[in-house]
Ligand binder design. Structure first.
Ligand code: SF4
Length: 254
């Protein structure tokens, strides 16, 4: 009886979703169904999804409804595709994501969590929920936006000690990760910072891939539409040489 009540409660967990992408090709391995959730506490200066910041906007769906929407595309996933939950910041809706991933794993679907790690806390209550989530998570795509905490705060509004702790926690628990870093010339490309980031990543045991995401301005229209001043006005997108230099510093390219 208790089990039945718990299952019913889980089925009724709802989440708020900004948008869906049915054929994502850059949000994890293979072809992905990607759900971008509402809500983010960070305010990254280069954010291309500021419309996800509001926790109360978007469509409200149960975990089962979201899973069923995604599962219709299962024929496209082949061997390595699956479901990715992104944001916004999906860890702000951790119970909802856990339930979607639990349903996915019941059907053998690969699950990827795309996160900036900001909600991670080293306290027992949070870790209990987090441990439950990672039981059903095959891959975490973790953004490390800046390795120096003060610079991270300047860029995003939050310090990064808990984010680095999350990367370490995932490594210790054997969870596979892709680490990503957005490269903005004259903002997130300093040589010392990238070398330090590389040292940090190198001591993690479960990083399968490191990616540089070149800064772009495709989200600029969203800032304008929301009437928020764009803090990186005048910043340039990186050249191919700048990307290559950063890739060498992160040992992506030799
Ligand atoms: S963490 Fe992601 S969604 Fe949140 S502000 Fe930064 S880039 Fe935007």
């Amino acid at each position: 009886m208790l089990l039945l009540v718990l299952v019913m409660q889980a089925c009724n967990i709802t989440g708020r979703i900004n948008t869906y992408e049915t054929f994502g090709l850059v949000d994890g391995p293979g072809v992905r169904y990607v759900a971008f959730l509402q809500g983010c506490n960070m305010r990254c200066k280069y954010c291309h999804n500021p419309d996800t910041w509001d926790k109360n906007a978007g469509d409200e769906l149960t975990a089962k409804q979201l899973f069923d929407k995604a599962y219709r595309y299962k024929n496209y996933w082949k061997k390595n595709g699956g479901i990715t939950i992104s944001g916004g910041e999906p860890l702000l809706q951790i119970e909802f994501v856990t339930e979607v991933f639990r349903l996915a794993k019941e059907k053998g679907v690969h699950t990827t969590l795309d996160t900036c790690g900001q909600p991670f806390k080293n306290d027992p209550e949070f870790l209990k929920k987090f441990d439950e989530l990672i039981k059903y998570t095959d891959l975490v795509m973790l953004d490390i936006k800046e390795i120096e905490s003060d610079k991270h705060k300047e860029l995003t509004g939050h310090k990064n000690e808990n984010i680095l702790a999350m990367a370490q926690y995932l490594s210790d628990k054997g969870i596979h990760m892709w680490i990503r870093h957005v490269l903005v010339p004259n903002l997130t490309d300093d040589e010392e910072g990238l070398k330090k980031l590389n040292q940090f990543i190198k001591q993690l045991k479960t990083v399968d891939k490191v990616e540089i995401l070149p800064y772009h301005t495709l989200g600029l229209m969203k800032w304008e539409k929301l009437g928020i001043p764009y803090p990186l006005d005048g910043y340039k997108i990186p050249t191919a040489e700048e990307v290559e230099k950063a890739e060498r510093l992160l040992e992506i390219k030799k």
